[in-house]
Ligand binder design. Structure first.
Ligand code: NAI
Ligand code: ENO
Length: 370
């Protein structure tokens, strides 16, 4: 549904995963979308899945409200310069995973920084290209905006409206702060995931046959495009290296503790166990600090666990019951063992709503262990 202040005409340069996802989200809001990509196959595919129409060679009839540059980090400066020269839009933004380096590139190339709002949606996938695009990719996700001192307030307002129209939560920050933050929460995790996944290159058939959800979780993002990630990491080297060195220290201490513990005496074994315990507990603490939906702290929700029979319509009934009880479900996960006739549904709700929900579900016949 269209909202006042939403951009009406949007140009997307780079019809890959992120560009096409923004295009699809804006099309759902009724915007006109014009797409460009130097890869004709990607462009055609994006047009065919309904993301918009191809930007004419000679540009739009009149400048669009916003042009979104969704190209790899290293291509951003030149792409902005070319887009501004063609007069594609009144306001420009980008989605690159790093902010300081591309903004410097844009300055060096003489881009007009007043109408440029550096941006970065913190949502993505381990797949590239328009075929992987989804209109709902940005729902409830943070979208960093890093205006420079030169950025015009109207330009910032327009890009903020674009992020909201895509369902995201805009968060204004400064480029160097952004780059340090994403080194910790996105870039270094990618390298750690790749380093673990790389071990699987040497795994034998038995090990691979035993691979469960844990290793899948830890290595999911390692499936990302190596070229894209080489560009991201190369543009944010120092902050990423700082995090990797800290992780490497924890790993090196753990490895030596495990080796020493194997043949240490009683006192040595206790010291080793203490160091290991310390890391595992710091891991619990760090993981619990990752915010849940809309930036709320995950630990600020209470979890109600419900045993649900594996029957058609069961979840619909249960969510309906929560609705009748006036309880908003903030998040839900289902733990399900294949072959078992039941699963455990974990519902995250506001703490004050947990008891009422549990009582309501018990009254309707569900098992909610105390
Ligand atoms: N992959 C992810 O999960 C996320 C990526 N990003 C950032 O979004 C940007 C795009 O990444 P993806 O969409 O994942 O990549 P992608 O590979 O799916 O799409 C990039 C598209 O840009 C096109 N392209 C490259 N240079 C171009 C140029 N000079 N002119 C026109 N088109 C050009 C490519 O042909 C390709 O279709 C990158 O800067 C990345 O850092 C941001 C958030 C998440
Ligand atoms: O796959 C995921 O879950 C991601 O988090 C992807 C991602 C990749 C790069 C970004 O700059 C932001 C997000």
């Amino acid at each position: 549904m269209e909202k006042e202040g939403d951009p009406r005409r949007v140009v997307i340069v780079g019809a890959g995963l992120i560009g096409t996802s923004i295009a699809l989200a804006m099309r759902e809001r009724g915007a006109e979308v014009l797409l460009a990509d130097h890869d004709e196959v990607a462009l055609r595919l994006a047009v065919e899945i309904g993301a918009g129409s191809a930007l004419p060679e000679d540009g739009p009839d009149e400048p669009a409200d916003i042009a979104v540059l969704a190209v790899p980090v290293a291509a951003l400066g030149a792409t902005l310069r070319a887009a501004q020269k063609r007069g594609l839009a009144h306001v420009y933004t980008d989605v690159a995973s790093v902010k300081t380096r591309p903004v410097l590139d844009a300055m060096e190339l003489g881009c007009d920084l007043r109408g440029f709002v550096p941006g970065h949606p913190l949502a993505g996938r381990e797949r590239s290209g328009p075929a992987a695009a989804r209109a709902d990719l940005f729902l409830g996700r943070p979208w960093a905006l890093c205006p420079t001192p030169a950025t015009a307030p109207e330009a910032l307002g327009a890009v903020r409206a674009l992020a909201r129209a895509c369902g995201a939560e805009p968060l204004i920050t400064e480029a160097t702060e952004h780059d340090r933050a994403v080194a910790l929460v996105s870039h270094a995790p990618h390298v750690v995931s790749a380093a673990m996944a790389a071990r699987l290159g040497e795994a034998d058939d038995v090990a691979l046959a035993l691979a469960g959800q844990g290793v899948r979780d830890v290595t999911r993002i390692a499936a990302g495009d190596p070229d894209l990630w080489t560009g991201i990491l190369g543009a944010n080297p120092e902050p990423v290296a700082d995090v990797l060195e800290a992780v490497a220290t924890d790993l090196a201490v753990t490895a030596s503790v495990l080796r020493a513990g194997a043949d240490a005496g009683q006192a040595g074994a206790e010291a080793a166990a203490g160091l290991l315990d310390d890391l595992l507990r710091r891991g619990n603490t760090g993981r619990a600090r990752i915010p849940g939906k809309h930036g709320a702290r995950a630990s600020s929700y209470a979890v109600v666990s419900v045993v649900v029979p594996d029957r058609p319509g069961e979840l619909a009934l249960l969510f309906q019951a929560a609705g009748v009880a006036g309880v908003n479900i903030e998040d839900a996960t289902i733990e399900h063992s294949p072959g078992l006739p039941v699963g455990v549904l974990e519902l995250s709700v506001k703490p004050e709503a947990a008891e009422g929900l549990a009582d309501e579900l018990r009254a309707r016949g569900w098992s909610v262990p105390r």
